[in-house]
Design a protein. Structure first.
Length: 232
């Protein structure tokens, strides 16, 4: 199952015998209902859920509006709540356990000076907390609940930053690479593949004894700033 606002028009995901698509706003409870109904109709069970939808933007704390807050809560928290409730109900009915993995952010635990993301991190921090509570609540039912906290990944957010400060994608990429050098102890950016491989592992039997964990895939960002490197 794959769902996003315009999944059926996506170039990255194609419907097939093994993939079903549902369009919709994940912050709308009706979308969660359609996802679960389609999953059961096509595949007869729900064994794993990946909560990957999210929005993120930065402003000084006092500049966030009521609309900003509602949008963040709707997608990041409501989108998690509605589909996860339905998925867990189905997993309980199946009595075969299951796995839930949620994408949070390393930034939730590790504020970075100059990154004014306090309000979005209310939602990401909440996802970390609910991950641990659900892991405890449903451990007896064999339902594992974990989260993955990415660090610095080059996304459209950086391209938008480049456009805002002038210089386009070249400037955005240069700014991103400077942030990686400054903040990541391992000195390399994180990639969607890094996240995808870890989520796949958490949802598999290979991670059958892991629950309630928030796995940081951040090159060591949450450990602190990297040591100064000697000049070449």
């Amino acid at each position: 199952m794959a769902s996003a606002r315009n999944t059926t028009r996506s170039a990255e995901v194609t419907a097939s015998d093994r993939v079903a698509l549902v369009d919709g706003d994940i912050g709308d409870p009706a979308t969660a209902g359609r996802i679960v109904e389609t999953a059961l109709s096509r595949f007869k069970s729900i064994d794993a859920l990946v909560n990957n939808a999210g929005i993120f933007f930065t402003k000084p704390f006092t500049d966030y509006t009521v609309g900003d807050f509602k949008s963040l809560v709707s997608t990041n928290l409501g989108g998690f709540l509605y589909v996860t409730q339905l998925a867990i109900k189905q997993m309980l009915a199946q009595k075969t356990g299951g796995s839930i993995a949620t994408i949070t952010a390393a930034l939730a635990r590790n504020p970075i000076r100059g990154v004014t993301a306090a309000v979005p991190m209310i939602t990401k921090g909440g996802l970390e907390t609910v991950t641990q509570h659900l892991a405890m609540e449903y451990a007896k039912d064999g339902i594992r609940v974990n989260a993955v906290a990415p660090g610095l990944i080059y996304t459209k957010i950086w391209e938008e930053l480049g456009a805002a400060i002038g210089g386009g994608q070249d400037r955005a990429r240069a700014t991103f690479e400077a942030a990686v050098r400054s903040l990541v102890p391992l000195g390399r950016e994180q990639t969607p593949d890094d996240i995808g491989r870890t989520v796949s592992w958490l949802c598999s039997d290979r991670a059958a004894n892991i629950t309630g964990q928030v796995v940081a895939i951040d090159g060591g960002i949450t450990l602190g700033r990297p040591p100064l490197r000697r000049p070449a």
